[in-house]
Design a protein around this ligand. Sequence first.
Ligand code: AMP
Length: 298
Amino acid sequence: MAVSITVKGAKMTIRMAIPNKGRLYNRTVDLLIKSGLDFGEEWGRKLYITAKNQDIEVVFIRVQDIPKFINSGSVDLGITGQDQIINSGYNLEEILDLGFGYCRLSVAAPEKSNIKTIDDIKDGCRIATSFPKITKKFFDAKGKKVKIIEVGGSAEIMPYMDISDAIVDLVSSGLTLRMNGLVEIETIAKSQAVVVTSKDALSRSKGMITDIVSSIRSVIEAESKKYLMADVPASKLEEIKKLFPGVEGPTVMKIYGRDDMVAIHVVIEKNDVYSAVNTLQKMGSKGILTVPIDRMVQ
Ligand code: AMP
């Protein structure tokens, strides 16, 4: 097995694979930069880069290939869709859900066909898909001997061309299916983007993979939160403490020369900002500020 963790002097380098294009690309790059990886200036044109500030090499690879290279040991960890990991059939370790790239792998059939449920798919039925392994596993488990037609993409057009009777493909809003006269029949698997590695790489990396993951996690946690600061009436403090439990309750500080007001700092959910600001205002608070948080380590 190839081992990608290399030792430069006393240092190890971790190799991380991320999507080279497509739906997961922008969010992934953004997340890694926010996590503190310095990609340098020229990275847009390169297929691999070495983060300037850390011992991490980032390689840009097709989402489909990432599980294979982690399994072979050529890559230590990666970011890809769960659908790709399931379809690869490899026993890998998903170590962090990233909260984007949500979709589901579903069976769909033409609106005008007789296929309304999975039971209507009979032996010999032709199923077009870019996910042959998981499709076969799904129909095998149902005891159906379907004919799988492997395609590289655009599965939706196959029933129209009479190349297949139904398809198995990724769906998010369902709009593409509807536009192509197809109806979703059953979900095979749900998916989102994840950080994935292998048991072997985890043990070789001596904590480096765990460090990278906690850095990414801190960015994800911070993205859903805001830091709120306000001067609030001291008489309302107990009420406010109940409203904003924060990470460990609000931080309360004295305001120089004022006994009637105190300053509070608290981390709140982004979704709660609107009601929090309104409530504080109604209680007589002043100088209410909300600011973004770069990272949050609990
Ligand atoms: P792409 O490289 O653009 O083909 O997308 C690759 C990954 O994006 C898939 O493996 C999924 O994990 C994720 N994805 C999220 N929503 C969708 C969707 N509606 N269609 C295809 N891929 C999706």
